[in-house]
Design a protein around this ligand. Sequence first.
Ligand code: 5AD
Ligand code: SF4
Length: 466
Amino acid sequence: MHEPRKLYVKSFGCQMNVYDSHRMADTLAKEGYVETQDPADADLVILNTCHIREKAVDKVYSELGRLRKAKQEDGRDTIIAVAGCVAQAEGAEILRRTPVVDLVVGPQSYHRLPELLAQAKAGARPVDTEFPTEDKFDHLPAPSAAATRSRGPTAFVTVQEGCDKFCTFCVVPYTRGSEVSRPVLKIVDEARRLVDQGVREITLIGQNVNGFHGEGPDGKTWGLAALVERLAQIEGLARLRYTTSHPRDMDDALIAAHRDLPVLMPYLHLPVQSGSDRILAAMNRRHGRELFVDIIARLRDARPDMALSSDFIVGFPGETEEDFQATLDLVDQIGFASAYSFKYSTRPGTPAAGYGAQVPEEVKTDRLARLHARLEASKTAFDAGCKGRRFDILLEKPGRLPGQLIGRSPYLQSVVVTAPPAGIGELLAVEITEVGPNSLAGRVVEHQDVEDRGLASDRPLAAMEA
Ligand code: 5AD
Ligand code: SF4
């Protein structure tokens, strides 16, 4: 018997890359590859790359530098593949710039990996960045039960790829192409299979997820609200989330779904980027501050325990101190449970790269620090408000100390529970007793007492353990 060949996949960037990395590993499992956590031990290394900001791209090239050194030192003929958005954007340029790379594959061609690998082994250095007409999802094998188990009780499912919004700072419409949604029944089948394999929480992912417009079983086009309603019927699925949304696509049906479906977690990532109408217009966000504020009010009306997270960019070309103050003011007005903030990064080929009035680096640094402090204060206030609240916690992994398990609240906070009467993958009713900077701690309470209206809380604990 041959030793199994070893695969090391490293994901950069967003959750879709995490999902895609799993699907690549599932494809290669069929070719006899088993995953390793150690690149030095691998016969095949795949870097699943991110192109969103310059820093993300720099990380990929420094990782390639490390791999080149390691390969020279130990003399192994490890195959090195570059996948993801840098592969899509730079294609053959990567081969010219980094001789250590054997294979370049864009996100729409992962189902062709076995064939590309065979070419790479024959010395060909293939590049595949086509947007093929066949649907890669039809050719990517589903994970085995063992693979799903090893990934824990939460899973991602891609429902939509690409973006037609063309924000002036963003490369996604170019790297991921125009919006394509998967058919409803294929998504339902994938979700059901994951739940049968023990998954309790599914996050639907897409670059513009609430722009979902997939073919329904009735032949009509379904929106995200209808899809979520259908998935909510899957027995054993306790939690549903979706990311990343665009404010313009938060329609009435989706807001109503938050009111009507307990399985939808009361937590939404809704990027706003800026609080200034002038900057939002220059970004081509297609909405102003008022629409964002109004959506949040309607979401909170539909689901009073709704919490928000968002993305912000500071130092977009032309951003004045007054524009920036409007962003700080929006943070205070809304209150975010969590958020990501970035310095504007000039991306080649995007409209904003050519704008005048680029903001000096030191101004960006200063604004990022001030925004970050404001967002931290917002998060700290939200976390502090969780003390004494009772939530369902989905237990995900062992804690640092014996007898501890770590789970997630409806708001994705890490919660440490000591001596829980349940195991990984189960939901447990917990009262938050302590709030720290990185995690919360809680004690087990009776199930009837939890406040979030998640499916699981409607069932007695005994039923969960069955
Ligand atoms: N510069 C800085 N941040 C960016 N983002 C996207 N493009 C850029 C850019 N050119 C941020 C946005 C987006 C998140 C995924 O990354 O905030 O919501
Ligand atoms: Fe990029 Fe805007 Fe599309 Fe989001 S909505 S992926 S920021 S172009």
